[in-house]
Design a protein around this ligand. Structure first.
Ligand SMILES: [Zn+2]
Length: 390
């Protein structure tokens, strides 16, 4: 069996223009390579009204438990200002030890490292006592409604079980091996409308100013100390992202004002508990629940995989391969691990994220190879135990 070159395969994946939610040939390319390694591949396309159809891929090698999962996405964000790129974002060029292109860091480089790690493991040890799976979605960078969440539900319904997972998001700020994400903050968006009664600015006693009510409500929200952080998380934060009244008249008191805010919350809260607290604050600031409307959407609850066997295994692998022991962190944005955490312990670890979503996205060739080595060492550690980490 020919082993897979992580960098060359990452370049192949970059050449597939899989701008979310387009498949772009990326899942096909990945499936061909995995089938050559003996994986059984299942495509899981999903679609629902009002969303774009999305294709996804689940690949499993072996039928026994434990089932070790590598999770990720082949979709990429748009290139943005294409004229600003120094190189073709979909050429997968390798020059001076650097792999260039959209998705190099986020996260085709890591997916190629998954495949190279498995290929190296198999040629060194043969098949493991258990299974290795890849859970790859084409809908992570978009709305993420037809991706990992639905895949996990469909796979669980057909009896698939997962025992441990690494999601290959770019977690390292500056250098490979700096940071493993063992949890993520939750994210909640609130759309707030203040209600009032329109009137003449010269006769404010005859009106009820929605702008003033909004100011009071936002003052209550922005002055709220949600918490002071927890053992593994920084303090939860609230940010107002827009305030809109759009009143063109200087002599009219507005009847309505809108604002949107986002809360990133730690493991001390659920979105439901937060919504109750927000409504209590707003009731007091607005003069009662009849004077405002609030719509809350939670795009993901917070989660934590407490430091344990999986994070130790990964930290040991990092130290063995590149001599650096990563910090276990819960900072930054969210990932599909927020769905996987309901099925098995999950941590995020991938390449250096400095250029993700930017023009001239790129990664060091040596990092892609080292990451493949780390993932391989994780597999070796995992399957050398009689039963893998719980
Ligand atoms: Zn990503």
């Amino acid at each position: 069996m020919q082993t897979v070159d992580a960098v060359a395969f990452a370049a192949d994946l970059i050449r597939c223009p899989s701008v979310t939610p387009a498949e772009g040939g990326a899942l096909d390319t990945l499936q061909r390579q995995l089938e050559a390694l003996g994986f059984v591949c299942t495509r899981l396309p999903f679609e629902e009204p009002g969303t774009e159809p999305v294709d996804n891929l689940y690949a499993r090698l072996g039928a026994e438990q434990p089932n070790f999962v590598f999770a990720g996405h082949t979709d990429v964000v748009p290139v943005g200002d294409s004229a600003a790129w120094g190189r073709d974002p979909f050429a997968g060029e390798i020059a001076d030890g650097v792999l260039h292109g959209r998705g190099a860091a986020d996260m085709k480089g890591a997916i190629a490292a998954f495949v190279a790690a498995v290929s190296d493991y198999l040629s060194a040890h043969g098949r493991p006592a258990g299974s290795i799976s890849l859970l790859i979605t084409g809908d992570e960078e978009g709305p993420a409604v037809n991706g990992t969440k639905k895949m996990l539900e469909a796979l669980a319904a057909r009896g698939e079980r997962f025992d441990a997972c690494i999601t290959g998001e770019p977690t390292n700020p500056n250098a490979l091996g700096e940071m493993v994400k063992i949890g993520r903050r939750g994210s909640l968006n609130g759309t707030l409308t203040a209600k009032g009664t329109q009137g003449h600015t010269g006769y404010p006693h005859l009106a009820d100013n929605a702008a003033h009510r909004m100011v009071n409500m936002l003052h209550a929200l922005t002055g709220w100390e949600i918490d002071r952080g927890s053992e593994h998380f920084q303090a939860s934060t609230l940010a107002v992202s827009t305030i809109d009244i759009g009143n063109p008249a200087t002599n009219v008191i507005p009847a309505e004002a809108k604002a949107v805010f986002n809360i990133r919350f730690n493991d001390l809260h659920s979105s439901a508990k937060l919504e109750t607290e927000i409504r209590a604050l707003l009731d007091a600031a607005a003069g009662g629940p009849d004077f405002y409307n609030l719509d809350v959407v939670c795009s993901g609850e917070s989660f934590l995989t407490p430091p344990g066997p999986l994070s130790s295994l990964l930290s040991d692998a990092c130290e063995a391969v590149i001599g650096r022991r990563p910090e276990l962190s819960t900072t930054g944005g969210t990932s599909d691990s927020r769905f996987i955490k309901d099925y098995c312990p999950v941590v995020d670890f991938g390449l250096v994220g400095q250029t993700m979503h930017k023009v001239d996205e790129r990664v060091e060739v040596s990092d892609v190879n080292a990451l493949a080595g780390i993932y391989r060492a994780v597999l070796e550690g995992y399957f050398s135990r009689s039963s893998g980490p719980a």
